[in-house]
Structure formats: structure tokens, C-alpha cells
Design a protein around this ligand. Structure first.
Ligand code: PDD
Length: 285
């Protein structure tokens, strides 16, 4: 049985219980991070810890734990649960004030912190990366602060179900005619030697994988354009791909029924995936 972390304790998963008054449960008043594990080590822990601090600050929520302690908890869970490849989910909520109220609870309300591991053998060697994904486009109906990594994931969940119903793997969300991002990943197209992805703003999550991949792309002399693009432009692109902590770089081969190129993953996405995995493994902690 998995060991999980709850408010300072390492517990069997069946014994970790959270109050029905927890604001994460009642109001989706919580933030989260997903960090991947390769070779039993954490990928880009610093990036995830920094974004977590930013999400907490934006919501005036305090952390019940220092970032150094957080690293220890991540490592301890990887060790106890013998994770070689997989991920760690972390969630902090505004705690359980003991009643339901729209106003934030008193400052001294203890936040709730939960971490658990997900074992995913073969994560880096995923067959999906060789085949590529099919996506549909849907309207982006999320709230306006998508740069904060909150646990309000109902619309992204609905988006995944819409994709599934259409026989596809994921959905790209569109607002004012342009793609914002995937339901749980950042979206990119490739035209010649240029990688195009939406610029950072409150409209999208500032992906930790995105930052690393764009850095590696520039180092490999690829051109990067951070700007909005439409579904029509994407359907005309040479390649497309997504990035996230759980998929790394994943090629997209079909958009709204239109095949990109010959319908197989392109060389740019394949190369970026390889560079990302190599460099991230080297820098893992
Ligand atoms: N999702 N955009 C959205 C909406 C996301 O939910 C995510 C991550 C990303 C990519 O961010 P990063 O590269 O830091 O993982 C972009 C995580 C993996 C999830 O919800 O499972």
C-alpha cells in the first residue's frame, strides 16, 4: 500500500483523512503541483517550488512548510514508495475552518498539505510519444487567472471527456479565435525552424516544462515565437506538440480531424523530447 504525506505525517493511504470542512473540498480553494520522477529523482523541483510559492502568494495563502522541507518530503515519498518513474502530486489548501463561509478563514487557520506518489513505469519511454496525439478544439470556458495553479479542474476534466467522446486524446482550448493551451499542458506548433507558442499572461499556466523546452530550443538554434496562433494556422503547421510535467514533450499529429504532414510525429518534437529528457535527467535532484 502507498504511503502518503498529510500535514506532517507519513501515513498509509487509507488512513489519510481530510475534514469535510476543508476549503479545498468545499471551494476548490487550493493550489497544486505535479513533479515528475525519473531514475528515482525529481525533475525541475526548483521550478515547481517557485511556481507553488507564486500561486500561494497570488491567493494570499500561506505555506505550512518551507521549500527545503518540501524537497525532503518529496524525496522521502519517492524512497518509501520505491518510485523509479512516475510523479508526485502536491496540494495545499486554505485548511478547514470548521464551517462554510465565502470569506477567507482567520489567518491562524492551519493550511492542509497533501502529497502522494503515482507510480508510472515506462513514463519516459511512452508509446504515445512514438504515435502522437489527436486533439480537438473547444472553447476555453475557464476563469481568468489560469496562471495560478488551482485545483478547480472541472472544465479541463470536461474538455478531456469531450476529446474522448470525439475519439481523441485531448482538447486545445480556444479564446477570441486563438489557442490558449491544452486541458493540462501547453500547446505549440512548428513552422520550418520556428516554434510558436502563446506568450505568458494570465490566460495560461506558466508551464515549468515550457520554460525548460523553450530554453533548450533556443540553445539548439531553433527560433521561438511567443504569440497567439489559431486552429487554422495549427492545421497548416509542419508539426505540433504539447508539454507538461507528466508528458514531457508529446507530439500532436491531428487537430480537429486534420492530419499534420503525414500524420506521424515530426522531427522537431522528437528532438526536443530527447533533449528535454536528457537534460532533465542530468539536472534531476
Ligand atoms: N498540468 N497548462 C495547464 C492547464 C496545466 O494543467 C499544466 C500542467 C500545464 C503544464 O505545466 P507544467 O509543464 O509545469 O507541468 C499547462 C499538470 C501536469 C496536471 O494537472 O496534471
Amino acid at each position: 500500500m502507498r504511503t502518503v504525506y498529510l500535514n506532517g505525517d507519513y501515513l498509509p493511504e487509507t488512513e489519510a483523512k481530510v475534514s469535510i470542512f476543508d476549503r479545498g473540498f468545499l471551494m476548490a480553494d487550493g493550489v497544486y503541483e505535479v513533479t515528475s520522477v525519473l531514475d528515482g529523482k525529481l525533475i525541475d523541483f526548483d521550478g515547481h517550488a517557485k511556481r507553488l510559492e507564486r500561486s500561494l502568494n497570488e491567493l494570499e495563502m500561506r505555506s505550512p512548510i518551507s521549500m527545503e522541507e518540501l524537497l525532503d518530503v518529496h524525496r522521502e515519498l519517492v524512497r518509501i514508495n520505491e518510485i523509479d518513474e512516475g510523479m508526485i502530486y502536491l496540494q495545499i489548501t486554505r485548511g478547514a475552518p470548521g464551517d462554510r463561509d465565502f470569506a477567507y478563514p482567520p489567518e491562524d487557520t492551519e493550511p492542509t498539505i497533501v502529497l502522494f506518489t503515482q507510480n508510472k513505469p515506462g513514463l519516459a519511454n511512452s508509446p504515445a510519444a512514438k504515435k502522437g496525439m489527436k486533439v480537438i478544439s473547444i472553447a476555453d470556458q475557464r476563469w481568468g487567472r489560469r496562471d495560478i495553479k488551482t485545483v478547480q479542474l472541472l472544465y479541463p476534466s470536461m474538455g478531456k471527456m469531450m476529446a474522448k467522446a470525439a475519439g481523441c486524446d485531448d482538447a486545445w482550448m480556444v479564446e477570441d479565435g486563438a489557442v490558449t493551451e491544452g486541458t493540462s499542458n501547453n500547446a505549440y506548433i512548428v513552422k520550418g525552424n520556428t516554434i510558436i507558442t502563446r506568450q505568458l499572461s494570465n490566460d495560461i499556466l506558466h508551464g515549468i516544462t515550457r520554460a525548460a523546452v523553450l530554453r533548450f530550443a533556443k540553445e539548439a538554434q531553433m527560433k521561438v515565437e511567443e504569440r497567439p496562433f489559431t486552429i487554422a494556422e495549427a492545421q497548416e503547421a509542419d508539426e505540433a506538440f504539447i508539454t507538461s510535467a507528466s508528458t514531457f514533450v508529446m507530439p500532436v499529429v491531428e487537430i480537429d480531424g486534420t492530419m499534420l504532414g503525414d500524420g506521424t510525429p515530426g522531427p522537431v518534437a522528437a528532438r526536443l523530447r530527447e533533449i528535454y529528457l536528457d537534460e532533465s535527467r542530468k539536472a534531476a535532484v
